[in-house]
Design a protein around this ligand. Structure first.
Ligand code: TMP
Length: 229
């Protein structure tokens, strides 16, 4: 059987250390903006890594903005209450439509304008979460992709890879309907498939926080430089 993450991880370990850039260089690299999203299971550490990435890139002179889904807007706030924090899951089709609506608004109102201004946008979850979480609930993945057509294709999509056992431990007191072991197991399968298909890049999230953060930063800077080369 093919080891899903081997090739990606091997290639990434040898990535060169990024160097500090001059102001003009930063401006040239981010003229079109850059969109990166960080994905993973619940409690995988992706929020911490998203924030660390924003801090690291900002320190290097890149105008970088953190954003998240479900969004902080009205639909996102509604989703947290109505979909995530209740006793039983609502039908997956309802989840998918609500997340897609939130994403369409988030994309139009926040992500696109920020990219237009040449910013780096770091999204803590994006369309891959719908493919994974709602796809894992037996919905047709191509239909989920269809209703998410207003979403952008990120310049880089990272899957923070953490074993299920770690997630189970951290989710023990979890209140969200998604944090149940059977849900996380199926979600992981979809994420792993997306990595195998080359749609996302896996990053080993079991290493010390700062090692993972450096790895993610290197990936972003490499992609940014190759994209504009
Ligand atoms: P978080 O705030 O810890 O990232 O949790 C958000 C939860 O919402 C998480 O369990 C994943 C879930 N979710 C979906 O099921 N579909 C989606 O499209 C998104 C963005 C999140």
């Amino acid at each position: 059987m093919v080891e899903p993450f081997a090739s990606t991880t091997d290639r990434l370990i040898v990535a060169a250390e990024p160097r500090s850039l001059a102001y003009e260089e930063v401006q040239a690299l981010t003229k079109k903006g850059f969109f990166v999203c960080i994905e993973g299971l619940d409690k995988s550490g992706k929020t911490s890594q998203s924030i660390l990435l924003v801090q690291a890139l900002s320190k290097k002179g890149y105008d970088t903005v953190y954003t998240t889904e479900p969004s902080r807007g009205e639909i996102g706030t509604f989703i947290r209450k109505y979909v995530l924090h209740r006793r039983e899951r609502v039908p997956a089709v309802v989840e998918a439509l609500l997340f897609a609506a939130d994403r369409a608004e988030h994309t139009e109102a926040e992500v696109k304008p920020l990219l237009k201004e040449g910013k780096i946008v770091v999204s803590d979850r994006y369309v891959y979460s719908s493919l994974a979480y709602q796809g894992a609930a037996e919905l047709d993945i191509s239909w989920i992709a269809e209703i998410n057509k207003p979403a952008l294709e990120p310049d880089l999509a990272i899957y923070l890879d953490v074993p299920l056992e770690v997630v189970f431990k951290r989710c023990r007191h979890g209140k969200s309907v998604m944090e149940r072991p059977e849900v996380q197991r199926r979600v992981q399968e979809v994420y792993q498939r997306l990595v195998r298909e080359g749609k996302m890049i896996a990053v080993d999230g079991t290493r010390p926080v700062e090692v993972v953060a450096n790895h993610i930063e290197t990936l972003v800077l490499d992609k940014l430089k190759h994209q504009t080369a």
